[in-house]
Design a protein around this ligand. Structure first.
Ligand SMILES: Nc1ncnc2c1ncn2[C@@H]1O[C@H](COP(=O)(O)OP(=O)(O)OP(=O)(O)O)[C@@H](O)[C@H]1O
Length: 375
């Protein structure tokens, strides 16, 4: 996203559109956010000529680094919003700006419609303790405390009694599969177990949103997969909102409902895994997703064609829900030897996938999303 024009003020008001009646506002709404490190950083977003400079030139001219550049997005209640990008693209800085662990240079951040940049110290402390809990890559555990005490750490500050803290810590330990290990110290745990403690500690304060900063990148691949399953399970069972930083594309595709792909401080595309893989916004994204097995990500909702006159005979056709991935649809079409019908929950036929459509997805040919054509 390019800077457009002059910033009226270093900090804009959090002008979040009013939610529809009955609709919750976004958990986070971020508008025109900048974080510039270096001397007289505020002049960069204010000055369109500086704001438009490529990263290296900006540094050469001003000594500043624009870690986050004019970024706007919303995190919706209950979603896992992934921030992905190569090392140095600005992921950690962006997520730290959400709770002002790093102070933004310009722009607006709102949480549940409340202007985060206008919060006083007390309100900010409350936000970080109760509303947005962070899980770090290096676990951040206290080495001389037991698992139980580490999990209960945030509860002490909340003023719960000792017995209440213990009970809650044990409940959280059970939730993440640590039952029986409550009396160990962090050094007596594997990496995966230590990260479970980190997750349990974040969960214990019952936060509205969990912020994960590359939580699994120190773990080996099998444990990493287990931990991703844990995150998926927590989201499914608890519906908790998550912001998840990773530089690993397969992890992003696995855990993300939506992914923001960052490059040089800007967001180059925001979309579902299927949108990112199926309709990359530019050559950079296309290059990024080149090796992704498309048939595992793209669904028949995008691959289907409208029902035609030749599809009247439904005999022996498989019926697939629209979220079926292409790999499974290929198996169904091969099994029946007939095109498969894509149907919604009410049995309405939305379209058809035949082997040509499915092969064109695998081959990376254009698969424009088609409007549902009911029969
Ligand atoms: N305190 C700081 N002072 C100056 N520059 C900084 C500071 N913190 C980060 N940067 C720079 O801002 C840019 C973005 O850094 P950031 O750590 O947000 O990236 P990242 O995508 O999280 O990277 P990684 O995956 O390696 O953690 C980098 O160029 C980094 O060098």
């Amino acid at each position: 996203m390019k800077a457009t024009g002059q910033h009226p003020l270093p900090r804009q008001r959090a002008d979040v559109a009013a939610p529809e009646p009955g609709e919750r506002p976004p958990v986070f709404a971020v508008r025109g956010l900048w974080k510039v490190f270096g001397p007289r950083a505020e002049r960069v977003p204010r000055n369109p000529a500086l704001a438009a400079l490529p990263a290296a030139e900006l540094t050469a001219r001003t000594g500043c680094t624009a870690a986050v550049r004019d970024v706007s997005f919303e995190v919706r209640p209950g979603e896992c919003f992934v921030v992905m990008g190569l090392s140095g693209s600005g992921k950690s800085t962006l997520v730290r700006c959400l709770t002002r662990l790093i102070e933004p240079t310009a722009g607006a951040v709102a949480m549940d419609g409340e202007d985060v940049l206008a919060m006083d110290k007390e309100r900010l402390r409350e936000l970080r303790r109760h509303r947005a809990a962070m899980v770090f890559q290096h676990f951040g555990l206290l080495p001389h405390r037991t698992v139980r005490d580490n999990i209960a750490y945030g509860l002490q500050i909340q003023g719960l009694s000792r017995a209440e803290r213990r009970a809650r810590a044990e409940e959280m330990a059970a939730k993440v599969g640590l039952t029986g290990l409550e009396h160990r110290r962090p050094a007596q745990l594997s990496g995966g177990q230590q990260q479970r403690v980190g997750i349990a500690r974040a969960l214990a304060v019952d936060p509205e949103v969990m912020l994960f900063d590359e939580p699994f990148s120190a773990l080996d691949p099998l444990i990493r997969r287990d931990m991703q399953d844990e995150v998926l399970r927590l989201r499914r069972e608890e519906g908790r909102t998550m912001v998840f930083i990773t530089h690993d594309l397969s992890e992003a595709l696995r855990v993300g409902d939506r992914i923001a792909l960052m490059r040089d401080g800007g967001i180059v595309q925001i979309g579902t895994p299927e949108e990112i893989v199926g309709r990359p916004a530019d050559d950079y994204v296309r290059d990024f997703v080149r090796d992704v097995p498309r048939d595992q990500v793209i669904t028949v909702r995008s691959a289907m064609r409208p029902v035609g006159p030749g599809d009247a005979d439904r005999d022996g056709c498989a019926e697939l829900p629209p979220e079926t991935v292409v790999a499974d649809a290929i198996a169904a079409v091969a099994r029946t030897g007939r095109p498969a019908r894509v149907t919604d929950r009410g049995g309405r036929c939305l379209g058809v996938v035949d082997h040509e459509r499915l092969l064109s997805v695998v081959a990376g040919l254009d698969t424009p999303e088609l409007e549902g054509t009911a029969t």
